[in-house]
Ligand binder design. Sequence first.
Ligand SMILES: Cc1ncc(COP(=O)(O)O)c(C=O)c1O
Length: 394
Amino acid sequence: MVAEAKRMQGYGSDFIKEMFAAARNPDMISFAGGAPAPELYALDAFRAASDKAFEVYGRTVMAYDGAYGIAPLREFIATQWMPRAGVNVGADDVLILSGSQQGIDYAARLYLDEGDTVIVEHPSYLGALNTFGALSANYVSVPIDADGMRMDALEDALRRHPAAKLIYTVPDFQNPTGITLAADRRRHMVELADRYDVMIVEDSPYYEIRFDGEFPPAIKSYDDCGRVIFLGSFSKTLCPGIRLGWVVADNKLIERYRVLKEATDFQAGTVAQYQAVTFLQDYSLEDHLNTSRNVYRGRRDAALAAIEEYFPSGVTYTRPSGGYFIWVEAPGINATETVVYAMNEIGVAYVPGESFYATDPRADTLRLSYSQMTEAKIDEGIQRLGRLLGELSG
Ligand SMILES: Cc1ncc(COP(=O)(O)O)c(C=O)c1O
């Protein structure tokens, strides 16, 4: 058989496949997936918007359009969406992607030669590590605390790795920890990036899933030098099946993204783009988001209350103000070894934390997602998991 290209070794494990499988099993109490609750999809409104898109735009909906994405959707993102995060740009600064995962891949292709350094959070998003790993990136991990990436540690990393090309960060309700980068650190990160000449990839699909506290400005809002590549997504707000995301960046960079888009899948689907923009123009996204926020707040509260009650002492965990994730540190437990037993014997799935580390993985960590389970299931699942962790930790 023909040997695979070496880069295939850089693609990660089968965890993503296993997470999707666990999420599909209706008997499993799954804290594994990172997707919206399906019952929250605006199904009827989206169907109506879809019909209307075909009525209004006719055959245009079914044609090629071009690599930048359709003009009304770029316009909507520039004028209606980004200003909410303090980012003022024009439609020319936006390019539509087939999901924001593609935007991470393009940033990596754009800047990373084999062995080039990318700075990531410790822990970081598994999907990004998959992408960077395939390009044989050199990782430098920077620790995070309750306010996100630590700026003293970032500066230290930049000093030690002056040729670093990228800082990759998930500033809002980070996947996997649920932690948000404090506003003052966002400004500081841009200052450091300017000083040490490095690009920032701001990957923020959960920005709008905030249910407590103030919305901080995006890192991009502090960017005067065109160093920040902002990635947005409709996956967590509208639905992931639509496979639409976007990049906001300096005009010259949008041109490079356009080249990459043409070379990989040519453009995001025209049908999906017209469906999305008609939905966004006709229905109140804010109402839809508020409904979702209330449900997720209830689930977050149920998860935290159950953890407090059922998890053994010594276990620590994050308290997110939005998004889907709680990060658990359980000293003495090997969460990777335990997950198969948990799925098979107690019917509970989670994602072992080890896979989220670019360097120095910690096996005593795990990610719990509360987005897709009812409060009753969350209580039951956490209770079962707490019992198991209690038994394992003696
Ligand atoms: C941090 C982060 N970035 C990117 C993505 C990918 O999103 P999309 O569906 O837009 O490709 C996800 C999805 O889980 C994510 O959590």
